[in-house]
Write a protein that binds this ligand. Structure first.
Ligand SMILES: Cc1ncc(COP(=O)(O)O)c(C=O)c1O
Length: 365
């Protein structure tokens, strides 16, 4: 089976883990600081705060922005649940914007109508590694004096022609969970060009501690361990190669997959240079999606629906009375299917994937 995700770990990571084990310092040592410095260098000098995972990175960033009970956060209706849990856990209310069918990203045109006197933050997601139109979202935010927090958990290595590399300006969060383009098992990063915000995130990350056993606010234990950081530093060295490999596979699919029964994801445009965390097909119906998935499984290609439910229609969201009608997100949840695009695919493997998708005919047409 040609899998969707496969961790690439080698001698460098092995060596790094041994180095940490031998140092006797598994947490709060130099590895985490070095990882932060290296990410900062890569992202043009922004503040970088390494944390235990991407979900907690969102929590800390929102908390540092002052989000709490009574506030509203406008976000996409189509993402992983980790985008929205922090909003609810902080006592605020997620307001779901419908998505654009073609990109599956938040529909920028629908955001303004959702803004109220309670809105504090716009939280877009660069889904599948494809950046949203940040310049447009930032323009709306500044018109209404709102903060923007980018969920870039899937978008390390992506960029935007107007604003540069994702994470190099504004405030964003990344995830380094095992399935991400670069990974350390569990890990997250907050990046920001706002020094004061960075200081608040640092405080919140470690129990609100201002000096040893002296605490200025109620924080979290959200630190990254040195084991995670040491692996991540090696993974960061491979980011350009990984991104180029994924983009090359995506370009190959754009050229080589020919099938009128499905739509390929958009390629680059001026506001969006994707790192292709996923290469996601769009089918005409749920029956077709299920049919194609059965076909790919039969032909030893793993495919997955990211995501089979819209955020706005999960039982937990409906039970909390937070559900919203988001027709495009509901429609997409029935018709999306991601195929392997990872950089470690061999030429034969990616040709096989393209041939299998091109050779599929809907059985119910
Ligand atoms: C879009 C999105 N948001 C948030 C998260 C949460 O990140 P983590 O799993 O590191 O907590 C993920 C990844 O899993 C994600 O893909």
């Amino acid at each position: 089976m040609i899998g969707i995700s496969k961790l690439s770990l080698g001698a460098g990571e092995e060596e790094a883990v041994l180095r940490v084990v031998r140092s006797g310092q598994l947490a709060m040592g130099l590895e985490t600081q070095d990882a932060e410095t290296e990410f900062s260098k890569r992202l043009g000098g922004v503040e970088c705060i390494a944390v235990s995972n991407g979900t907690v990175a969102i929590t800390l960033a929102l908390a540092a922005m002052g989000v709490g009970p009574g506030d509203e956060v406008i976000t996409t209706s189509f993402s992983f649940i980790g985008t929205v849990e922090p909003i609810i856990q902080l006592g605020a209310t997620p307001i779901f914007a419908d998505v654009d069918l073609r990109s599956a990203n938040i529909g920028v045109d629908g955001i303004e109508a959702l803004i109220t006197s309670r809105t504090k933050v716009i939280l877009p997601v660069h889904l599948y590694g494809r950046p949203v139109d940040l310049a447009a979202i930032r323009a709306i935010a500044s018109k209404y004096n709102l903060a923007v927090l980018e969920d870039a958990c899937q978008a390390i290595g992506a960029s935007d022609a107007n604003t540069g590399g994702i994470g190099s300006s504004g405030t964003a969060v990344f995830s380094f969970y095992g399935s991400k383009n670069i990974a350390c098992g569990e890990g997250g990063l907050v990046t920001t060009d706002d020094r004061q915000l960075a200081e608040r995130v640092r405080l919140l990350r470690s129990h609100g501690s201002i000096e040893t056993y002296r605490h200025a606010l109620v924080g979290y234990n959200a630190r990254m361990t040195d084991l995670q950081a040491a692996i991540l530093r090696i993974q960061l060295e491979s980011l350009d190669r990984v991104t180029a490999g994924r983009r090359s596979n995506a370009a190959y699919y754009h050229e080589s997959i020919h099938n009128d029964a499905l739509f390929l994801p958009p390629g680059d445009d001026v506001t969006s240079v994707s790192c292709f965390h996923q290469f996601t097909l769009r089918l005409r119906s749920k029956a077709d999606r299920d049919d194609l998935q059965a076909w790919t499984t039969e032909h030893e290609v793993e495919t997955r629906a990211y995501y089979p439910y819209a955020l706005s229609s999960h039982p937990v969201i409906e039970d909390l009375g937070l559900g919203a009608r988001c027709d495009n997100a509901d429609a997409l949840s029935n018709v999306v299917l991601s195929i392997p695009v990872r950089e470690s695919l061999s030429d034969d493997e990616r040709k096989h994937v393209a041939d299998v998708i091109s050779g599929w005919e809907p059985s119910n047409s």
